[in-house]
Design a protein around this ligand. Sequence first.
Ligand code: BGC
Length: 778
Amino acid sequence: MNKLFKIKQALFVITVTLIVSCNQSQNKTNRNLVDNPFEKKVDSILNLMTVEEKIGQLNLPVSGDIITGQAQSSDIAKEIEEGKVGGLFNIKSVEKIKEVQKIAVEKSRLKIPLIFGMDVIHGYETTFPIPLGLSCSWDMELIKKTAKMAAQEATADGINWTFSPMVDISRDPRWGRVSEGSGEDTFLGSEIAKAMVKGYQGDDLTKNNTMMACVKHFALYGAPEGGRDYNTVDMSRMRMYNEYLPPYKAAVDAGVGSVMASFNEIDGIPATGNKWLLTDLLRNDWSFNGFVVTDYTGIYEMIHHGMGDKYDVAALALNAGVDMDMAGDSPVIPAAFIKTLKQSVENGKVSMQNVDAAVKRMLTAKYQLGLFDNPYKYCDENRAKTEVFTKENRAFARQVASQSMVLLKNDNDILPLKKSAKIALVGPLAYTKENMAGTWSVATKQDESITLLEGIKDVAGKNATVLYAKGSNLSYDKDFEKIATMFGREIPRDGRTDEQLRQEAVNIAAKSDVIIAAIGESSEMSGESSSRSDISIPQAQKDLLKALVKTGKPIVIVLFNGRALVLNEESKSATAILDVWFSGSESGHAIADVLFGDVNPSGKLTSTFPRSVGQIPLYYNHKNTGRPLGNKEGKFEKFKSNYMDVPNEPLYPFGFGLSYTKFDYSNLKLSANQLNADSNIEIYVDVTNSGEFDGKEIVQLYIRDLVGSVTRPVKELKGFQKVEIKKGETRTVSFKLTVEDLKFYNYNLDFVAEPGDFDVFVGANSDASLKSQFELVE
Ligand code: BGC
């Protein structure tokens, strides 16, 4: 198993860690469990349980270190036997899981099976692009299939519950966890949330190849002040309802089985203890009937938030609506359900009714998964041998990876490269298996990841000349390098001087036709607890690039990154930039597929790339202010809303991405110019492939509500379609809008559409300029 688990645990001990219809589903309710078919069975077990056994069902210890054969005698085995454990997380392999499950169902008094959870975030052993990269495919079927395949592999290895999808909207790339989400947009994020839940859970959780999903981090975790992880969140209810909450709601409407409470506070109350959030909104308004788990030591952390002592915070969490306590039973964690709830029940701080409600939800989940019928249903050794990290799965991972890449620049059509080219491959990310999978890939087969050097050699074949030089270390700063390559994601430091490293790169560049510079972030420069205040490429790599520019050879940057970066210099000096994120097990092959034109890039950004950190938060669907700029060029205007030293515009807008071919948009037409509650409007646009390659284009539809009872965004994505268009061909792409698509939460938090005029824009990114208008009438 990946080192991440162990290191994370150790750290924790020390620090105490064709979308045509554009309906958002705000007003649908989740009916998946309203009539609980297992209620009678659950009640009959509940009637037999002691208080200790009940509290035990709410306990989720971390046990990544169970060694087969030793589980029988370990502390955790004793706890399971005594009915003090509801599930385990971070335990991998059928053998180990079978062994501990056996203790639960054969030795504990009530024989209640355990659930087994893990962070299966972007694939399992076969690893797909980081979620931010995956979202750039804008391909819901593809995304759903990645979740389905992840479930297939993880369940073959004994796991039945994943802590995914992470649907936190974020507009702050300083926050390292943007890498784990789907970017800045509510509409796209909601579609992806649904696709992921459906992919993991399928339509039948009792099958042995589907798993329970857990939407996280509820809620608003992506909006920490200053982009610093775990920091305070404070926002208006209108913003919550319109911009941040819909993706969680979409997951609930898609039937997600569990929800993870976030670390941050909301309106002054940490999410883990926030009854408004976990009960009033989630259960009462949204009809969620699954269970809520804390994020790691969320209960204990409420002591630091200033919510009281260990009894207070555990009671607060239970009473707010938390069902399961993750990682609370570690010896260094005083505040946990298992350590405090009994006393709190006895002295009335917590009612037995609330404990029972939580236990019922946990037992129901186990029934839903079919564990009472067959606790070993995920323990088929044959599946573990034949269904994980297969050739077919890796082939799919290669395909997915190439769909996530975004071509940001391609001057003189330098890309695609000829397979006979003489290539100088340089950069600290060119040859590092450890940094291909990306953050939060705990089960990845790191040693079998394909590096860029290997990928280029494999794809280019024998006619190419590929010379390699590292060119620079990740950073000049050794200490920074250490914290940027944790959890076994090393990039060993090269002991030569910076000048020597650069000179070697310049020497091979001189012998080549083109330079490929594999630069950017290491995989652990994004992810949890990896916030950055400076989101540019480290100086050592910038200096390498400067030296390469002086050679006069064309430079293709292959950009590795877990977040939007500030790329002002690079966007000027490089001939081409291909953003590859961290694209998983088959990265090297997939990047080479794109570089050599076997795949024409089609990814589009799902997060805005700013020109400077000072512009953050910068996102396309902002409000207009009372003093918007009067010029389109972004020139400074006194007493208007702008900066003296940087334009308002981003470097690369949301939705942006180039192709090797060219798409022209024309003939925007609407089927009507009025819409009412019973009608719809169809929107048509012609997209012509006028370039030299067949290609895929992501056609985007935006609207603007011109007048409202509250201020409305300048643009909102309301539809998109990914279409394949052969060279020379024109496709008419159509969208449909209904009144549902025009609804928003008003000042009273009523979900309404207000009559009036709307602009509609269609185009290749959020700067779409083809524009028409319609009116919503009563
Ligand atoms: C993270 C979660 C994750 C959990 C379990 C926490 O630190 O915030 O996203 O699911 O650990 O590993």
